[in-house]
Ligand binder design. Structure first.
Ligand SMILES: Nc1ncnc2c1ncn2[C@@H]1O[C@H](COP(=O)(O)OP(=O)(O)OP(=O)(O)O)[C@@H](O)[C@H]1O
Ligand SMILES: [Mg+2]
Length: 334
């Protein structure tokens, strides 16, 4: 009854436990690596793929493509959860305080595990500052709004600053060296490098199971730089999509929070509607669970607007970034 045991174990963890693609029948390591290179990184992406496309992009026979997709579908079907099991999984959701009560309330109590929270906004709007604050707050004990957890930070712009972390740690009466020790930084130098670093995360977590927060600051900078003027937007979107799905899988599998940032450019030519355009196009929007649009208000106040959420009303919150970190805005004009 080995199968039953595995199933019970998966349910205990509240996780969907799928096979790896390479363990499907008829998928050798050659085909597995072709599939992964083409973005079919897990059972779900394969199960929902079109056989003709898979055959073409992976340069395998159509019959083979159909066979392995059928297998992936069979595997995916086995893992439906009942609503009750799903509810149990949701019960394990934990939250990290942002440092501002108003912002926490907007997010339904803080930044959630099992979800991707995206903050997008113009340069200087405070996206990285929120990341710094979360990297400290995640380490706070639960009674102070943290998870007593460790942090993985993927820095694509070279804007991670240990000195800022130390400043924020001291403001919370934490030992700055310990706080820095608990943040693992991966500096990505190209979009492929960024993909590779995200792929490495499970290894880091196996070595350090206390990881509770993964930050990607910023999600799109390298993609934007590399794909400028190239007629390969679809290719770019495909890669971003793969990263975002991998991050969501990590969030589910390890019950951790994912925080990503995305710079937007102001569009002065747009008079009506949203005058900014998220650099990642719609790909990020459809994958992130919570999307928050940040802008600078008057007198240094930051205005956060919850744009997209499965269960929370749209709304706005204001906060401040001070030398001590993210705080509720003092009562003053917005
Ligand atoms: N030590 C500090 N004390 C007070 N305010 C600070 C401090 N450090 C940064 N800030 C505030 O945060 C702002 C920068 O915000 P942040 O770096 O988070 O922007 P961002 O949204 O990440 O921008 P970009 O898209 O360029 O990365 C500064 O303009 C300043 O107002
Ligand atoms: Mg930044």
């Amino acid at each position: 009854m080995a199968e039953k045991e595995t199933k019970v174990k998966a349910e205990d963890n509240g996780e969907f436990e799928y096979k790896d693609i390479k363990d499907l029948e008829g998928v050798g390591s050659a085909i597995a690596s072709k599939l992964k290179n083409a973005g079919y990184v897990d059972i779900i992406s394969l199960a929902t793929a079109n056989p003709l496309t898979v055959a073409e992009v992976c340069e395998i026979g159509e019959t083979t493509a159909r066979k392995i997709i059928a297998e992936a579908r069979e595997e995916a079907k086995m893992n439906f959860m009942s609503g009750l099991e799903f509810e149990d999984k949701r019960k394990q959701v934990q939250r990290i305080t942002t440092g501002s009560k108003a912002l926490d309330i907007l997010l339904g109590g803080g930044v959630e595990t099992q979800a991707i929270t995206e903050f997008y906004g113009e340069y200087g709007s405070g996206k990285s500052q929120v990341a710094f604050q979360l990297s400290i707050n995640a380490q706070l004990p639960p009674e102070k709004g943290g998870l007593g957890g460790h942090v993985i930070w993927i820095d694509t712009e070279g804007t991670f600053r240990p000195s800022r972390v130390e400043q924020l740690a001291i403001a919370q009466n934490l030992d700055p060296k310990t706080v820095l020790e608990n943040i693992k930084i991966g500096r990505a130098y190209s979009s492929d490098h960024q993909i590779l670093l995200v792929d490495k995360i499970p290894d880091i977590i196996n070595a350090d199971p206390k990881v509770k927060l993964v930050i990607v600051d910023s999600m799109m900078a390298l993609f934007r730089a590399e794909y400028v003027g190239r007629g390969t937007l679809a290719d770019r979107q495909q890669k971003v999509n793969v990263i975002m799905h991998n991050l969501q899988r990590l969030a589910d599998r390890f019950n951790l929070a994912v925080y990503v940032t995305n710079q937007v450019m102001a569009r002065p030519d747009v008079l009506f509607g949203d005058p900014t355009v998220a650099v990642g196009g719609h790909i990020i929007g459809h994958v992130a669970t919570y999307r928050v649009y940040l802008r600078k208000g008057k007198k240094g106040v930051r205005v956060a607007r919850l744009v997209d959420s499965p269960n929370l009303p749209e709304g706005e919150a204001t906060f401040e970034v001070t030398s001590e970190g993210v705080k509720d805005a003092e009562e003053k004009e917005k």
